[in-house]
Design a protein around this ligand. Structure first.
Ligand code: PLP
Length: 384
């Protein structure tokens, strides 16, 4: 082992000693394992209509787009998808990226420049954090969902040129909903725009599944709604819906849009079908909500400490990182896959099992999962 490799090993060993080493786990359709942590909330990623839509597009256009949107990779399909997203999100236009991660990098770094100020919730997704880091704007991190802290930071930045408040709609590791009415009010008072990351809220919240702004009736007062096509929508890619002036600007300045091969035809067709199914089959969303309520109250009755909320993301707090990993392993032995989430993804001492329910879970599957949670809790004696 040379010095380079030794340095890598040293860092890995330290991480492992703290119980924080990350390893990959293969999750496939295994009849003996039921996944209780996927973001495929509505089950669309394995739906037959989705597969058909993707297969048809592949037959017609092939497996790869062969270029970026601004060169040879712009198909009618891409433009149709953007129109579909815009009307779903009730915005003038939309622009699609290759992932939600790349969308956040591109949107934030392009829109927010030197002399501007970004206000970002402390629990925002890593892609928002990285987008802020890549931007030359000053970034203020406000305490999670703390409106007093947000207002203090807005006051400190009154002389900034452009101001943007950015928040997850549903927080991915806590399952809580952002206090959007209060955020919008502050934004209007201080002349800021609001950007909501609806990765987990699209297909889940709102009368038509359009997300957090629709849930609160605030679609007209949120300037930027970004999201991913890879969670409830069941495909892959990222997007932002906004005024046409914003999307035109991003087509010119968002580097992760410009210098990236466009999404492959199969993925685009699946994404379009996913949005169509979200709109035409609201019963999926209804079942998802019922399953979430059932799972949440069941876990509460077993005596687990949960983060309050009513979304399909249920954070079961274990505390210690090693114990959370142990818990997750025991769950797996019971045929339930729900990984432990540890620092740095979540705060020290708040390691957890991130449970999510799907519209396609049956009540008997949920009951079985609850029985396993209870059994393991008794076995290892976690104090809730
Ligand atoms: C998953 C996620 C993203 C990234 O989306 P991808 O399409 O997976 O790259 C961005 N923001 C939030 C809040 C997410 O949960």
């Amino acid at each position: 082992m040379d010095a380079f490799e030794a340095a890598l090993r040293e860092t890995l060993d330290k991480t492992e000693a703290k119980g924080l080493l990350r390893t990959l786990r293969v999750v496939e359709e295994d009849k003996n394992i039921r996944v209780f942590s996927t973001n495929n909330y509505l089950g669309l990623a394995t739906d037959e209509k989705m597969k058909e839509a993707a297969a048809q597009a592949i037959q017609l256009y092939g497996t790869g787009s062969g270029g970026s949107r601004l060169t040879t990779g712009n198909f009618t399909l891409h433009e149709q998808l953007e129109k579909r997203i815009a009307s779903f999100k009730r915005k003038e236009d939309a622009i699609v990226f290759s992932s939600g991660y790349l969308a956040n990098l591109g949107i934030i770094s392009a829109l927010m420049r030197e002399g501007d100020a970004i206000f970002s919730d402390a629990l925002n997704h890593a892609s928002i954090i990285d987008g802020c880091r890549m931007s030359k704007a000053q970034t203020f991190i406000y305490q999670h969902a703390n409106m007093q802290d947000l207002e203090e930071k807005l006051q400190r930045a009154v002389h900034s040129k452009k101001k943007l408040i950015v928040t997850d709609g549903i927080f991915s590791m806590d399952g809580t909903i952002a206090p959007l009415p209060e955020i919008v009010e502050l934004a209007e008072r201080y002349g800021a725009w609001v950007m909501v990351d609806d990765a987990h809220a699209t297909g889940v919240l709102g009368k038509t599944g359009a997300g957090t702004a629709e849930h609160f009736g605030l679609s007209d007062r949120v300037q930027l709604t970004m999201g991913t096509l890879s969670k409830a929508i069941g495909a892959e890619g990222g997007y932002v819906a906004a005024a046409a002036s914003v999307t035109n600007y991003l087509r010119n300045y968002a580097r992760s849009f410009i210098f990236q091969t466009s999404l492959s035809p199969g993925v685009v067709a699946a994404a379009m079908k996913g949005i169509e199914l979200i709109q035409s089959e609201p019963e999926r969303r209804q079942t998802l909500q019922e399953n979430a309520t059932y799972m949440r109250s069941g876990l509460q009755q077993c005596g687990f400490t949960l983060i309050e909320g009513n979304t399909p993301i249920i954070a079961v707090i274990i505390g210690d990182a090693k114990q959370a990993v142990h818990f997750s392993r025991l769950l797996e032995e019971e045929g339930i896959f729900a990984p432990a989430i540890r620092p740095p993804t979540v705060a020290e001492g708040s390691s957890r099992i991130r449970v999510t329910v799907m519209a396609t879970h049956t009540i008997s599957e949920i009951k079985k999962a609850l029985a396993s949670f209870e059994k393991i809790r008794k076995e290892i004696g976690i104090i809730g």
